[in-house]
Design a protein around this ligand. Structure first.
Ligand code: NAP
Length: 206
């Protein structure tokens, strides 16, 4: 699958490595190919560094891995995304794309695309790079949004890169809850000091 990742930082780079390992064709869409993050990402084998316009045009699926407010300036560069799936990994915790509650809401309203899903936002980038915990197997991922096709694709991608399950958190009305869930991970891992090698896994009694 042709995947464009907008953002070459922690999340974009971790996902790029895993998607390449899973056999996908990954292009980074960048605003500045000479930035330190772009330069570092350009060393990830199997990826190419393109402008946001070029990466978006080539892609079947576009992953947003920038600060949430960046969607306001980059969305015009995505071009026509009606037939593309957009996966939003952002969390509007410290900043948000005013006047929207989250980047998901901004993307949906501005692009007029329905094929949007929130996913890969609820754990640290280290866990995206390596979702396997030796005693427990793959950790869990979560996704939210109204569009079934986008959600199924995100779930499939999450499992391909090693997550054990990608739980459906619900529709558009659960997107902000999923960002709060990410804040719960940040709270435990960082604010409460348990460290970033910590992850969520749902268990069910048979
Ligand atoms: N870090 C985590 O563990 C984690 C986990 C889950 C979700 N998230 C969410 O994922 C998103 C990315 O986090 P991160 O830690 O990967 O960030 P990061 O390392 O700071 O990288 C941000 C990337 O976004 C790019 N960018 C910033 N403004 C842009 C704009 N206006 N147009 C195009 N590109 C722009 C930067 O490009 P330049 O190189 O040009 O600066 C950089 O490549 C955030 O929304 C965060 O809330 C993070």
């Amino acid at each position: 699958m042709k995947i464009a990742i907008i953002g070459t930082g922690n999340v974009g780079s971790a996902l790029a490595q895993r998607f390449v390992q899973s056999g996908h064709q990954v292009s980074f869409g960048v605003r500045d190919a000479s930035s330190p993050k772009s330069q570092k990402a350009s060393t990830i084998a199997g990826t190419t560094l393109l402008s946001i316009e070029e990466a978006s045009k080539l892609a079947e699926v576009i992953i947003i891995a920038t600060p949430p407010e960046a969607v306001l300036s980059l969305v015009a560069q995505l071009g026509d995304v009606k037939n593309k799936i957009i996966i939003d990994t952002t969390n509007s915790i410290r900043t948000r794309p005013e006047p929207y509650a989250t980047a998901y809401h901004a993307l949906k309203e501005i692009t007029k695309s329905n094929k949007i899903v929130k996913c890969f936002n609820s754990t640290g980038f280290e866990n995206m790079n390596n979702p396997i915990y030796s005693d427990f197997g793959g950790i869990d991922m979560f996704c939210a949004g109204d569009n079934k096709e986008a959600k199924a694709l995100a779930q499939n991608l999450a499992k391909q890169i090693g997550f054990s399950e990608c739980w459906d958190f619900g529709g558009d009305d659960k997107v902000e809850l999923l960002e709060k869930f990410a804040l719960s991970w940040i709270n435990l891992a960082i604010m409460q000091g348990h460290g970033r090698n910590l992850a969520f896994k749902v268990i069910k009694r048979a």
